[in-house]
Design a protein around this ligand. Structure first.
Ligand code: AQP
Length: 328
C-alpha cells in the first residue's frame, strides 16, 4: 500500500507564489508517488472573521486554482474540510488530550492573536484541528512551507500523547519541506512572510495576477542600498527575489551566481518578473478553462469527499472505541 499524503490550504484570499512554491508545487509533484488528499481548510479560515459571501466564492476559486496548478482528481482527492464532519469530531477528541500550554506557545497563535481585538477560542485550537486533519487520514507525509513546521511538530506530539494514553492508534506524520521556496517573503517587506491576508497591494503576487501587475509589483519590490547583486552582502529583499527566481526556474546555486553576480537591481527585477510571468501563464490559462466548465469544480469536490469519508469514519470509530466512547 502506498503511503498517504495530506496537506491543506486556507481559502483566506487568492493563493500566492509563496503558497505555490512552499507547498502547492510539491503537492502536484508528489501526488503520483503517494495516495494524496488535499484539503481546502475552510474551518481554519473562520478562526478569524471572513465575509460569508466572499468565503463561499473563495473556496470555489481556490479549488479551481488547485486543479489549474496540476492537482489531478484521478490521482488525488480534493476536498473541503467542512464537508466532512469527522474533521471536527476528531478535533474535539484530540482537544481533550492537548495541554493548553502547548497551544499558547505556538508562534502563529501569538502573531495572529496580537492583531485581534478579541481572540476567538478557534485561533488557539487551530493546531488541534490541523492535527485532526492529518491524523484523520493516518497521513505519513505532510508537505508544507516552513511556517507550518511548528504546527506539524505539535500534531506529532498530540498523536504520541494519544497513543501512549489509549494505545497505538495514529500513524506518526513526517514534515516534507521544499529545498527552495519554503519561505517566500513579502515583496514590500522582506522581513515578513508573504501572506494571503496581509494588507498592501505590493505585498504578494497572486497566482491569478495579470502580467502587468506582476511586473509592477516586482519592479517596485523593496531591495537595499547596494546598486547591484553582491552574494556576500545582499539584504533580505534581494535574497527573496533570487530565491523566487531559483524556485521557479530550477537552476542550482552556481548557475545563479554566474547569472546574477554584479547585475544591477533593475535588470535583476526584470528577469525575475519575466520568469514569474512565464511560469504562471499556463496555470492561468488552465484556470480559465476549468471555471468555464459549469459544475466541474463542485463535482470534483463531491467525488473527493465520497472517496475519503470511509477512511475518516474508520479513524473516528477507532478513536471513539479506544477512548471508551459510545459506538452503536
Ligand atoms: N510565504 C510563504 N512561503 C512559503 N510557503 C508558504 N505557505 C504559506 N505562506 C508561505 C504555505 O502554503 C500552504 C498553505 O498555507 P495556508 O493557507 O494554510 O496558511 P498560511 O500558512 O497562514 O498562509 P498565508 O498565505 O499566510 O495565509 P493567511 O494570510 O490566511 O494566514 C502551507 O503549507 C504554508 O506553509
Amino acid at each position: 500500500m502506498r503511503a498517504r499524503v495530506l496537506s491543506g490550504i486556507q481559502p483566506t484570499g487568492s493563493p500566492h507564489i509563496g503558497n505555490y512554491l512552499g507547498a502547492l508545487k510539491n503537492w502536484a509533484k508528489i501526488q503520483y508517488d503517494y495516495e494524496s488528499i488535499y484539503c481546502i481548510v475552510d474551518l481554519h479560515a473562520v478562526t478569524v472573521y471572513q465575509d460569508p459571501q466572499e468565503l463561499r466564492a473563495k473556496i470555489l476559486e481556490l479549488a479551481g486554482m488547485l486543479l489549474a496548478i496540476g492537482i489531478d482528481p484521478k490521482h488525488s482527492a480534493l476536498i473541503v474540510q467542512s464537508a466532512i464532519p469527522e474533521h471536527t469530531e476528531l478535533a474535539w477528541m484530540l482537544t481533550c488530550v492537548t495541554p493548553v500550554g502547548w497551544l499558547e506557545r505556538m508562534t502563529q497563535y501569538k502573531a495572529k492573536s496580537d492583531a485581534q481585538e478579541t481572540i476567538g477560542d478557534g485561533l488557539l485550537q487551530y493546531p488541534v484541528l490541523m492535527a485532526a486533519d492529518i491524523l484523520l487520514y493516518q497521513a505519513a507525509i505532510v508537505p508544507v512551507g516552513e511556517d507550518q513546521k511548528q504546527h506539524l511538530e505539535l500534531a506529532r506530539d498530540i498523536a504520541q500523547r494519544f497513543n501512549s494514553l489509549y494505545g497505538d492508534t495514529f500513524v506518526m506524520p513526517a514534515t516534507h519541506l521544499p529545498t527552495v521556496g519554503a519561505r517566500v517573503m513579502g515583496l514590500d517587506d522582506p522581513e515578513k512572510k508573504m501572506s494571503k491576508s496581509a494588507a498592501g497591494s505590493g505585498h504578494a503576487i497572486s497566482l491569478l495576477d495579470p502580467p502587468a501587475t506582476i511586473r509592477k509589483k516586482i519592479m517596485r519590490s523593496t531591495t537595499d542600498s547596494n546598486p547591484a547583486v553582491d552574494f556576500e552582502t545582499m539584504g533580505a529583499g534581494v535574497r527573496n527575489l533570487l530565491s523566487i527566481y531559483q524556485a521557479f526556474v530550477g537552476v542550482d546555486d552556481d548557475a545563479m551566481k554566474a547569472q546574477f553576480a554584479d547585475m544591477r537591481y533593475g535588470d535583476l527585477k526584470k528577469q525575475v518578473a519575466e520568469a514569474v510571468v512565464a511560469s504562471l501563464e499556463p496555470m492561468q490559462k488552465r484556470y480559465q478553462e476549468i471555471v468555464s466548465e459549469p459544475g466541474y469544480v463542485a463535482r470534483v469536490l463531491r467525488e473527493g469527499a465520497e472517496r475519503v469519508t470511509p477512511i475518516a469514519r474508520d479513524t473516528c470509530d477507532k478513536v471513539k472505541h479506544a477512548m471508551g466512547l459510545y459506538t452503536a
